[in-house]
Design a protein around this ligand. Structure first.
Ligand code: PLP
Length: 378
């Protein structure tokens, strides 16, 4: 057992290198008053930047009105958010919960109830959360091993390897679960052809296709949903991180023509659909408009091109403002050095530097982040 010194927190995270006390747009401020350029956004969460006025005002107004009533009753913000997401999706029903793992749990239960087959195909390196069910479909042995046995009937194909998909297919499969960009597994964008084959396979097996857009959704890849760029419309989508700009939320979206699977009593969440969170999320969805999405695509391309030119980068890849640089060396020392130089960034897998800044970054922020990285990677 490793216990962090001077802390009453359970030691599930490494000791924090910095304590942040304030956020302001694309900047974080530590307890000494030092400012850091934030290219992590709370792990792809704070898409509109810290304390963006629109969700801030919406949450404040809702705090002054009604905090919680439970799902035994209707509340306006949850209904309004579901309607907005349905519009964006092109017809869908929403279940609200509090995290990405919970959204994926809902997807697993939805597939079991609707299709009646427990088998799941997921991806090696994929990440879907830390609860027993979500971990059971997470293709990262190091995160799973201490907690086995997990779910039965789950098998893992290799990302972008069509033959490996066919190899794990079986009649017991009720769900194919894919991350459009493997955010924790090395920032690997799925290829259109691979996703098209997965969708056809789901059809043939009578299974549902779910895209886990917990990290890639809500504009991060340059379209509201990442699937819009993949040429395939899934039956299920899970969202979380960016949806309420930092307030806790998760969501399972089910395409309207598949949406009859759950009946009252099948699933639920005390805090899911919380009015304050949903009010903030409505403001987020409204802010992720075509102008912002175009900027995400343009700035993402600039960031990607800049990363590819940095010393020690084997490959730069990603979509929109979810980008990674595979390094010749481990990524953590680069992340540590960047932090010391005033830039917050992330790892993904062991040798991939991951950048997921607020979607509102501008060219100057990108150039500054690249300059810091160039300095620390030389
Ligand atoms: N799915 C994906 C693709 C994620 O990136 C994550 C978190 O990183 C999760 C699910 C789990 O989300 P949460 O930590 O909110 O449970």
């Amino acid at each position: 057992m490793v216990l962090a010194e001077n802390s009453a927190l359970l030691a599930v995270y490494p000791p924090p290198p910095v304590t942040f006390v304030e956020g302001d747009g694309v900047w974080l401020v530590d307890e000494t008053g030092r400012r850091y350029l934030d290219f992590a956004a709370g792990i792809a969460v704070v898409g509109l930047g810290h304390r963006h006025p629109a969700p801030l005002a919406a949450a404040h107004a809702q705090l002054d009105t009604l905090w919680h009533a439970s799902n035994l009753f209707g509340t306006e913000p949850a209904a309004a958010l579901a309607a907005r997401l349905s519009d964006r999706f092109g017809g869908a029903r929403a279940f609200f919960c509090n995290s990405g793992a919970e959204a994926n749990e809902a997807a697993l239960k939805y597939a079991r109830k609707t299709i009646g087959k427990p088998g799941v195909i997921a991806l090696e390196g994929g990440f879907h959360g830390r609860t027993i069910g979500a971990l059971g479909v997470t293709g990262q042995p190091a995160k799973r091993e201490s907690f086995e046995p997990l779910l039965d009937g789950v098998r893992f194909a290799r990302p972008n390897d069509i033959a490996s998909l066919a190899a794990v297919a079986g009649d017991d499969v009720g769900l194919i679960l894919l991350e459009p960009v493997l955010g924790e597994g090395g920032v690997i964008p799925l290829e259109r052809e691979f996703v098209a084959v997965a969708a056809r396979l789901a059809d043939q097996l009578g299974a549902l296709l779910c895209l886990d857009e917990v990290q890639a959704g809500v504009g991060r890849t340059g379209t509201f949903f990442a699937w819009e760029q993949l040429g395939v419309k899934p039956q299920l989508v899970t969202l979380a991180k960016g949806l309420a700009n930092g307030l806790p939320i998760g969501c399972l979206l089910v395409a309207e023509d598949t949406a009859g699977g759950f009946a009252p009593g099948d699933h639920g969440s005390t805090f899911g659909g919380n009015p304050v969170t949903c009010a903030a999320a409505c403001a987020v969805v409204d802010a992720v408009d075509e102008a912002l999405l175009a900027a995400v695509r343009e700035n993402g391309a600039r960031l990607l091109a800049g990363l590819a030119r940095l010393p020690g980068v084997v490959q730069a890849r990603g979509a929109g403002l979810l980008v990674g640089a595979e390094l010749e060396t481990q990524a953590q020392p680069v992340v540590d050095a960047a932090l010391a130089a005033g830039l917050v960034c992330l790892t993904s897998d062991t040798n991939v530097l991951r950048l997921a800044p607020p979607l509102v970054v501008v060219r100057e922020h990108i150039d500054r982040a690249l300059a810091i990285l160039e300095e620390v990677m030389e």
